[in-house]
Design a protein around this ligand. Structure first.
Ligand code: KG4
Ligand code: ZN
Length: 365
């Protein structure tokens, strides 16, 4: 089974071909991402109509590259249904509907969050963690694979920790395509907090990588910042108080902030976000002892401090639980993750007639 997947929900124009072989191996045959980050960093964030226009300009080229100039065939099409920016979602969906109509092949609408979840089933990190998302250039298609049946992929029940620019959620997955929300953010998502704190420190969009870079030279214990909703059994997140705490600290500090002070603030903020996610994840594991795997996914899962901190905490507290991290290039938005989710929809779900596909900017899991 081969899927042509398309993702245009926000600021990455992405297409990929993902397949499963008869022996149960998941292959990423091609994976192309044209990033708009350079453009959006000039305006300090994503302007929806600019993003939509850039998708229309890039999508044909991205689709051509992903299909190697239409030489690669596929059995089904997958596209992001939502959540996302409505104008952006519609660009990808128009292309997917047209391909489905012309070829007569089945179409699988995929929830963007489901895509992030199934990024944990994609082939693990290889020697080269080149991230095409860092550049406006598209990445050369590259084949990678992972055995789905072996110990190498997440076993259910799994706890999925989705930490992205729009979401911070703990999801219990007992069966494929069944998601039970254990907790979510009451206000800002963790990635949103990274982006807002970056702005407070005069750093460019997206804030996550910029803060992580600055934090490398900072002291993470320099400033004590609050962990919101610290009660032991709370599985909810709240990051707007943390962002406000950094804001009021910045106002009290001598201006202009020195590079060292900014680094210390970045490191202290990053540690607090990571400690918050660690605490909630461990609480969720205590409350659900049947869990066999934990998967950390979403754009903020690219954060090295968070990756290492959570992996160590799970190893020390629950040594029998396996921890899964997508390759860095599958953390931020991409189409391979949409294709991976679609592979499971071909097994346990069903396609949607292309005429019935509707973009839903607020689609829940
Ligand atoms: O998953 P994603 O690409 O888009 C959404 O679905 O939201 O996540 C984007 C978010 C942005 O807020 C960005 O600042 C954050 O992921 N991010 C990071 C890192 N790389 C991206 N946050 C912390 N550390 C990083 N290395
Ligand atoms: Zn995303």
């Amino acid at each position: 089974m081969r899927i042509l997947a398309i993702e245009t929900s926000c600021d990455e124009t992405a297409a990929a071909i993902v397949e499963t072989t008869d022996s149960g191996v998941l292959n990423v045959v091609t994976d192309v991402v044209a990033s708009q980050l350079k453009t959006h960093s000039k305006t300090g964030g994503v302007i929806p109509n600019v993003a939509a226009r850039m998708h229309t300009e890039a999508l044909t080229r991205v689709l051509n590259e992903a299909t190697e100039d239409k030489k690669l065939d596929f059995d089904a099409i997958a596209v992001t249904e939502g959540p996302g920016l409505i104008g952006c979602l519609l660009i990808g969906q128009s292309a997917a509907k047209t391909i489905a109509m012309v070829t007569g092949k089945p179409l699988y609408p995929i929830n963007h969050l489901e895509g992030h979840i199934y990024s944990a089933w994609l082939p693990p990190a290889q020697q080269s963690a080149v991230s095409s998302q860092q550049s406006a250039e598209t990445e050369k298609p590259r084949a990678e694979s992972r055995e789905l049946k072996a110990d190498g992929s997440p076993q259910l029940p799994a706890l999925i920790v989705i930490i992205s620019g729009g979401h911070s959620e703990l999801v219990l997955m007992k069966e494929h395509l069944h998601y039970q929300l254990l907790g979510a953010t009451r206000d800002d998502a963790a990635g949103e907090a990274f982006d807002k704190v970056a702005r407070l420190l005069g750093l460019p969009y997206p804030g996550g990588p910029a803060i992580a870079h600055l934090a490398e030279k900072g002291n993470s214990n320099a400033y004590k910042l609050p962990i919101s909703l610290p009660e032991k059994d709370s599985l909810e997140f709240s990051f707007s108080g943390l962002k406000a705490a950094v804001g009021s600290l910045v106002q009290k500090l001598p201006q202009p902030l020195t590079r060292q002070i900014k680094s210390d603030l970045a490191a202290s903020f990053q540690k607090t976000v990571s400690d918050t996610i660690k605490r909630k994840t461990l609480s969720a594991l205590d409350q659900n002892p049947e869990i066999k795997s934990v998967c950390l996914v979403g754009g903020v899962a690219a954060n090295q401090h968070l990756r290492a901190n959570l992996e160590l905490a799970i190893y020390l507290n629950h040594p029998r639980i396996k921890f899964f991290l997508p390759d860095l290039k599958y953390c931020t938005d991409n189409a391979a993750m949409i294709g991976a989710a679609a592979i499971f929809h071909t097994r346990y779900g069903h396609p949607t007639p292309w005429q019935e596909l509707i973009a839903d900017p607020n689609l829940a899991l």
